[in-house]
Design a protein around this ligand. Structure first.
Ligand code: ATP
Ligand code: MG
Length: 366
């Protein structure tokens, strides 16, 4: 291995259910890919979610948040489980995740949806539609209707109960998410589609105007605009037309879930959440899968690919990221599959063995 020249500190938050299994496996992959690129990691494991509740009484202990803030990047497994489902809101594992995102001020959520050639049959779409899909949804995470004020319940002129929310975006919120999306599109295939509802909503009108203005800083990226209803349709009709999509909080919530179903492999999908400065948060999109926890059945690839995103988007270490991405493809090419992506003719393996196979491929790529 090359002599270590670069050092990064990574906070690991294994969490609950299959979290500890997938984080254990991924840590080893990250370590090896780093060492082959002259990178040395120091890992710090901290409690979070249900595990933290049992240990300390809160889902996000102060020590965990302050460690995370000081790290160069954070890798999270998964949180939650039946045991804590009936807890009050402030004592739910999921509340800890919201507090973590808030504490890190991560406003950009990146969700790639890629149909790997080895897993085309997992897609919910017809083979010729699914084949070759490789897109990225960039969702604004800290503004819009989920946070806008005024909000609440009230009574209208007729004395009827009402509930109301407000979609608000300020120029700086749009500009910063637009820049993140343009940067990502630049690293991908150079196409950015901004999704809004500018024919109806004022917040979307400003969104469209600002995204178009920021485009002048990125002459190498091709910008298009699409209404969200059309985008929802185009995603299942012909998803290959998309490279990078940028959209607001609520549209992104819906479209990123829709995009993930195109691939049909929840155990394969990573995500990243980035802030202006400070560490990014990287995690698989799936939950803690309590039904298979502790049985060595979990697919670790979503978390391993989250580690690749950590290297690429969190640390700017694209070579090490590429090593991991290639190792995952290599392992699938050799026919290794966990239960969730298994089909006839392939080799069924558990979480640990899958991790070991990826390690072999990181070490000696074909
Ligand atoms: P959420 O946690 O988002 O509320 P959920 O608890 O329904 O949703 P998951 O925990 O992701 O979602 O589990 C959904 C299903 O997918 C379960 O049957 C689970 O076993 C399976 N699953 C999720 N992640 C994986 C994985 N990494 N490997 C194998 N199976 C998985
Ligand atoms: Mg869950």
């Amino acid at each position: 291995a090359a002599t270590p020249t670069k050092r990064y500190s990574i906070t690991l938050l294994p969490g609950d259910g299959i979290g500890p299994e997938i984080i254990f496996v991924t840590k080893n992959v990250l370590k090896l890919a780093g060492s082959l690129e002259g990178i040395e990691f120091s890992f710090q494991e901290m409690p979070m979610g249900g595990a933290a509740l049992d240990l300390t009484g809160v889902p996000l202990p102060e020590e965990t948040l302050s460690a995370a803030k000081k790290a160069d990047a954070i890798l999270l497994g998964a949180i939650g489980g039946y045991k804590w489902d009936k807890n009050e809101k402030h004592l739910k594992p999921e509340t800890g995740l919201l507090q973590l995102r808030e504490g890190l001020k991560v406003f950009a959520n990146l969700r790639p949806a890629t149909v790997l050639p080895q897993l085309v049959d997992s897609s919910t779409l017809k083979k010729d539609v699914a084949e070759g899909v490789d897109l990225m949804v960039v969702r604004e995470l800290t503004g819009g209707i989920y946070f806008g004020k005024p909000r609440g319940f009230g009574i209208n002129e007729k004395g009827e109960d009402i509930g109301f929310n407000t979609e608000v975006y300020a120029t700086h919120e749009i500009d910063r998410i637009a820049r993140v999306a343009f940067e990502i599109a630049r690293k991908r295939r150079g196409q950015l589609c901004s999704v809004d509802k500018a024919n109806v909503l004022e917040a979307s009108m400003l969104w469209r105007k600002r995204v178009a203005a920021i485009a002048s800083e990125y002459p190498d990226v091709e910008l298009s605009h699409m209404y969200v209803d059309n985008a929802a349709m185009q995603l299942v009709r012909y998803p290959k037309q998309f490279d990078t999509i940028v959209t607001n909080n609520i549209f992104g919530d819906i479209l990123s879930d829709e995009a993930s179903m195109i691939t049909g492999s929840i155990g394969m999908l990573p995500s990243a959440s980035l802030g202006e400065s400070g560490p990014g948060l990287f995690e698989p999109i799936h939950g803690s899968a309590p039904d298979i926890a502790g049985q060595d059945k979990a697919n670790p690839l979503a978390t391993i690919l989250s580690a690749a995103m950590l290297l690429k988007y969190g640390l700017g270490e694209e070579n090490a990221a590429k090593r991991i991405e290639n190792a995952v493809l290599d392992t699938l090419n050799k026919g290794f599959r966990t239960g969730d992506i298994h089909s006839a003719g392939n080799k069924l393996v558990g979480c640990k063995e899958m991790g070991e196979e990826v390690l072999k491929s990181v070490d000696s790529p074909i």
